[in-house]
Write a protein that binds this ligand. Structure first.
Ligand SMILES: [Zn+2]
Length: 279
């Protein structure tokens, strides 16, 4: 029997790659914020998941797998999914076809070298896909993407080959073989918890405020979208602080208190959808 509701906890284990590439940081103090994710945030997150018996998905840039291989092996050893997140946390929309393909191939290759299994899922760094990304993911044998927002709780087939005409109209491509496991900024800890002076991010919401928003999203899905999939996006370097982790633990227990709720890795959702579709 399909679950009444599925919850996927996903963690973008960016560590220092976010600061080095996306924010172009050169200051050791900025970079150390990413290091906190590897030293402190990740072990705490793994403890929480273990204590609650919750499987999860971790998106890891190649650079992070290279720098912190034992941390990435610990994720896999605990039964969680390790999925791809670029090589150096690049901005995919700015890459041409060949460069993007190479970045995706390299990022996946490092993960395979570190844990002995190729990643089957992908999330674009900063949720910035390029127009070629879905076609490249298909070509490289990925099964799903988790970077888009055309739905909230229902996975769908993302299109490959969309383009934008010279007069700024969207020209629709074909349906791809992948699944899109949709995300939302509202369901991401980054806008709520990442304070950064330059470029400026506010990120000073309290754990209680965020609990209210996320529990509200879950309660709505549970009531109104039977069989829905809720994907939360979290960052060990942000959610790894004590009060935020306590909030996450409270949220997991709130969800687990409902009948017919299961926690799943994203790849298991994609595999089940493929099976239902007769793929
Ligand atoms: Zn990221």
């Amino acid at each position: 029997m399909p679950a009444r509701a599925t919850v996927c906890l996903s963690f973008d284990f960016d560590a220092v790659a976010l600061w080095l590439t996306t924010f172009r940081a050169t200051s050791p103090s900025a970079i150390s914020r990413g290091e906190f994710g590897a030293r402190v945030g990740l072990p705490r997150v793994l403890d929480l998941l273990g204590a609650r018996g919750v499987p999860a998905t971790f998106f890891v840039p190649g650079a992070t797998a290279e720098l912190y291989p034992s941390a990435v092996r610990a994720i896999a050893a605990a039964g969680h999914e390790v999925a791809a997140h670029g090589d150096r946390h690049e901005r995919h929309a700015r890459l041409d076809y060949e460069a993007e393909r190479e970045v995706m191939r390299r990022g996946a290759q490092v993960i395979e070298q570190v844990i002995g299994a190729a990643p089957l899922g992908f999330r674009s760094p900063s949720w910035e896909l390029g127009l070629n990304s879905i076609a490249i993911l298909e070509e490289l044998g990925f099964r799903y993407d988790s970077s888009m927002m055309a739905d909230d709780f229902r996975p769908y087939r993302p299109r490959a080959g969309d383009r934008i005409s010279d007069d700024s109209q969207l020209v629709l491509g074909r349906e791809s073989r992948l699944w899109e496991l949709p995300v939302a900024w509202e369901l991401d800890d980054f806008p709520y918890f990442c304070f950064h002076p330059y470029p400026y991010y506010v990120g000073t919401r309290t754990p209680d405020e965020v609990y209210g928003l996320w529990a509200g999203e879950f309660d709505f899905m549970y009531r109104a979208v039977p069989g829905g999939v809720l994907t939360l996006t979290l960052h060990p370097q942000l959610v790894g602080r004590g009060p935020r982790l306590a909030m996450l633990d409270r949220l997991v227990r709130h969800m687990q208190g409902h009948d017919g709720v299961r926690f799943s890795r994203l790849i298991d959702v994609a595999a089940e959808l493929d099976q239902d579709a007769g793929a």
